[in-house]
Every structure is written in structure tokens, then in C-alpha cells.
Design a protein around this ligand. Structure first.
Ligand code: HEM
Length: 143
């Protein structure tokens, strides 16, 4: 199922760009005391949607990836090899964990009417999510 892995490696650009734009936009809007308009809402929502799609494709990639068969050699063998540990444990776990701050940012921004608070929540929570994702990208193989 190379198409799934291919899609997973290409959608990264979209996910990273949207998450970075949403977080930076919220940060600058906060500093510049801008209102939370329709464009910001769309950007924030698209970042959330693309991240979720990538998460599902990532989970599918996991089981079709050539790395997956390494589990046959046991947990110790996987954990001892830094590449296998990254692809089979750290990368998936961190990216699944990033669902917490990203979804929290989205939910919490809806719970207030104050534009300043909306921007603050998106900037902080999307920022944390992006940081988590960036920390466990297999940079040796990507892009
Ligand atoms: C949602 C945020 C995610 C991002 C931004 C992301 C990004 C990436 C990137 C950049 C690669 C390297 C692609 C390449 O070598 O060309 C990769 C590979 C991989 N990812 Fe993710 N990923 C995400 C989520 C996940 C999740 C949730 C899982 C599994 C549960 C996962 C499983 C994998 C696997 C197994 C590979 C290796 C595929 C292979 O080359 O055989 N990813 N991912």
C-alpha cells in the first residue's frame, strides 16, 4: 500500500503549513489586537481538519509500512534501534498525543467571546501541538 505512505509523506507539507500559519496568525493577531474574523476561523478549522486526516492516514501507514514487520523481532529489538524506535514508537505516539493540545485549542477558543482570549488559546495550544509534531518528524528521511 505505497499510496498510503506516499500520501502520508506528502500531506505533511499541508499539515505543517496550516498549523504554523494558524499558530503564527493567532500570535500576531494577539500582539496586534486584531479581531477574530472569518479568515482566521477558516484557517484554524482547516489546520484542525488536515491534522486529523493526517492522523488517520498515519495510523493506516503504520500497518502497511515495511517498518511494521520489525515487531516480529520483539519489543527490545525495536527499542534498541533508534530508527525503528522513531518510526514505530516515538513518531506515532507523539503525533497521536498532539491531538490533545490541538483539539483543546479548537474547543477552548469556542468557549469565549473575547477575541484576545480566542487568539491566545489558539496560539498556545496549536503552538504546543506543532512543537510536538516537529520534535518527532523523521528529519533524516524527510523531505
Ligand atoms: C499527524 C501528524 C503526522 C505527521 C505530520 C507525520 C509526518 C510523517 C513524516 C514526515 C514521515 C516521513 C515520510 C517519509 O519518509 O517520506 C512519516 C512517516 C511515517 N509515519 Fe507519520 N506523521 C504523522 C502522524 C502519524 C501517525 C499518527 C502515525 C501512526 C500511528 C504515523 C506513522 C508513520 C509511519 C509508520 C511512517 C513510516 C512510513 C514508511 O516510510 O514506511 N504518522 N510521518
Amino acid at each position: 500500500m505505497d499510496i498510503v505512505i506516499w500520501l502520508h509523506s506528502k500531506l505533511v507539507f499541508v499539515v505543517l503549513i496550516f498549523l504554523a500559519l494558524a499558530a503564527l496568525n493567532a500570535f500576531w493577531a494577539l500582539i496586534g489586537k486584531r479581531s477574530f474574523g472569518t479568515r482566521t476561523l477558516r484557517l484554524t478549522l482547516f489546520a484542525l481538519i488536515f491534522y486529523h486526516i493526517q492522523l488517520l492516514i498515519g495510523i493506516a501507514s503504520y500497518f502497511v509500512s515495511p517498518y511494521f514487520s520489525a515487531w516480529e523481532n520483539g519489543v527490545v529489538a525495536v527499542m534498541k534501534d533508534s530508527t525503528l524506535r522513531l518510526y514505530l514508537v516515538e513518531h506515532p505516539a507523539t503525533n497521536i498525543l498532539a491531538i490533545l493540545p490541538i483539539t483543546m485549542g479548537w474547543s477552548l477558543h469556542k468557549k469565549t467571546n473575547a477575541d484576545r482570549k480566542k487568539h491566545f488559546r489558539i496560539a498556545i495550544f496549536y503552538g504546543i501541538g506543532l512543537f510536538l509534531i516537529l520534535s518527532r518528524i523523521p528529519w533524516n528521511n524527510w523531505p
